[in-house]
Design a protein around this ligand. Structure first.
Ligand SMILES: C[S@@+](CC[C@H](N)C(=O)[O-])C[C@H]1O[C@@H](n2cnc3c(N)ncnc32)[C@H](O)[C@@H]1O
Length: 228
């Protein structure tokens, strides 16, 4: 039986029960930190048309490529360590692309060193968000997005916060204030998080006992490149 089809979202709260929709895989839901395919589907309905070029700078298991192919959008996906042959190897801070070629940019970046993606020395996911260098590297990525995006076009960045050992880092707010220096803010969507490794009775009991919160959402920050 086919899985739930994507619904066009009209509010700023997106809550998808599964990573995938339809009968075919979009990305690989065994990949750590895989993006819900519904997120990318919704974004490209709003901000692109058929034939447009979508670029994902941190493509992971290729979710953006698969959604774009079905929706007749062109897509180039990069990652520091490509998971599949159709993903190009590159550092998101230094892509081998001309200026202003993208109609839309999507990125679901690491938000600290909480997930082990790979050991590559340029993997930003090996830097803790408690280290100021983490945000300097994200700013390098923001500059590259600005460079490759066509004027008046949109970008969307999915990011979460970190609360670890009683220390909270509002990663989403910090990234938002960096992006504001380059782009015009359009909106922030709250994307509900499911199927996390911490979604177990043991972790819920710890959250009660030690008085902390488990992460329940990620920010989807949407911004536009306007000519300055
Ligand atoms: C949250 S995952 C992306 C998940 C992906 N959207 C998917 O659906 O499978 C973040 C990715 O960022 C990649 N990454 C980390 N640092 C990078 C860099 N400097 N340049 C490009 N990719 C990088 C990691 O290898 C990882 O695959």
């Amino acid at each position: 039986m086919s899985k739930k089809q994507p619904k066009f979202e009209t509010t700023t709260l997106w809550d998808f029960p599964t990573q995938n929709y339809g009968d075919r895989p979009h990305g690989d839901n065994r990949y750590p930190g895989v993006t819900p395919a519904f997120v990318i589907w919704n974004l490209i309905q709003r901000y692109t048309k058929e034939g447009d070029l979508v670029i994902d700078l941190m493509c992971g298991s290729g979710t953006t490529i698969d959604v774009c192919e079905e929706e007749n959008r062109r897509c180039i996906g990069f990652d520091i360590v490509p998971y599949r042959n159709d993903i190009k190897q590159a550092d998101a801070r230094n892509l081998f692309l001309d200026n202003e070629i993208a109609d839309f940019v999507f990125i679901d970046s690491p938000y600290s060193d909480n997930i082990k993606y790979n050991d590559h020395s340029d993997n930003i996911g090996n830097i803790s968000c408690e280290d100021p260098r983490f945000f300097e590297e994200l700013e390098g990525v923001a500059k590259e997005i600005y460079r490759i995006l066509k004027p008046w076009k949109y970008m969307a960045w999915l990011i979460g916060d970190q609360a670890k050992k009683k220390k909270f880092v509002p990663v989403g707010f910090k990234l938002y204030s960096i992006l504001e220096n380059y782009f015009k803010p359009i909106d922030i969507i709250c994307v509900s998080r499911h199927n996390q490794t911490s979604n177990t009775p043991v972790w819920h009991e710890r959250a009660r006992k030690y008085n902390f919160y488990l992460r329940g959402f990620k920010y989807l920050i949407i911004m536009q490149k306007v000519n300055k």
